[in-house]
Design a protein around this ligand. Structure first.
Ligand code: ADP
Ligand code: MG
Length: 217
């Protein structure tokens, strides 16, 4: 299964969720490769930081920020169980390529009025990709959300009927995500990040239950 975390908005949690999801699946015994498709290379930076800290490799990280991704990712997918693509910010060609590569597109969003969640441009690209890949599955995932706030509840209700739909699993606003990343770690590797780790596990559980076309995990 190839999962792409995409949203042309920066700072919504693409890299954070991509890394922790990759780690979670690797922890479950899957062979995982993370493709850093962001020219800024934050996932690659994390990986270098991790090896500088002498931490063991949990999954491979490769930089592939080019618009041949849709041809290269399926090739890489042959030798692993899961590919996670950490998507680029607002680069149409790269975004299109990542959409064509993916079995599942996850769009991280933060609680905010609906029109701020993903640009019309990105949803148009998603629609275009579905012409070629009708089986492409897409979901919003609410990140940095405090489930008790009215805004989170309202946005979740608003998106319940939306396409793409919103996942039931949400990720809270937790400093552990940033603290873990700074030392090349995942939240599951920190003692003080139980809630964050549990949320990532629940996210993985829900993703693995989705009806994904090409190759079931
Ligand atoms: N759920 C969260 N709780 C707290 N901080 C978060 C959360 N998700 C992301 N962050 C922080 O927000 C910043 C942007 O996240 P990042 O994953 O780099 O976004 P993107 O890849 O979409 O640009 C990072 O500093 C990250 O540590
Ligand atoms: Mg990023």
């Amino acid at each position: 299964m190839i999962v792409a975390l995409l949203n042309q908005k920066g700072g919504v949690g693409k890299t954070t969720l991509a890394l922790n999801l990759a780690g979670e699946l690797a922890g479950r015994g899957k062979r995982v490769t993370l493709i850093d498709a962001d020219p800024q290379g934050s996932a690659l930076d994390w990986s270098e930081q991790r090896s500088r800290c002498g931490l063991p490799r949990r999954f491979g990280v490769v930089g592939l920020a080019r618009d041949t991704l849709h041809r290269e990712a399926p090739e890489l997918a042959k030798s692993v169980d899961n590919i996670i693509i950490d998507g680029p910010p607002r680069v149409a060609g790269l975004m299109r390529s990542a959409l064509l590569a993916a079995d599942l597109v996850l769009i991280p969003v933060q609680p905010s009025p609906l029109d701020g969640w993903a640009s019309a441009e990105m949803l148009v690209l998603l629609g275009e990709a579905r012409i070629y890949r009708p089986e492409l599955v897409a979901r919003f995932v609410l990140n940095r959300c405090d489930a008790r706030t009215i805004l989170a509840r309202e946005t979740a209700e608003m998106l319940a009927e939306h396409d793409p739909p919103l996942l039931a699993a949400t990720i809270g606003q937790r400093v552990a995500f940033a603290a873990a990343a700074q030392t090349g770690r995942l939240v599951a590797e920190r003692d003080d990040a139980t809630l964050a780790a549990r949320e990532i596990a629940a996210l993985a559980d829900e993703l693995l239950r989705l009806p994904i076309g090409r190759s079931a995990p």
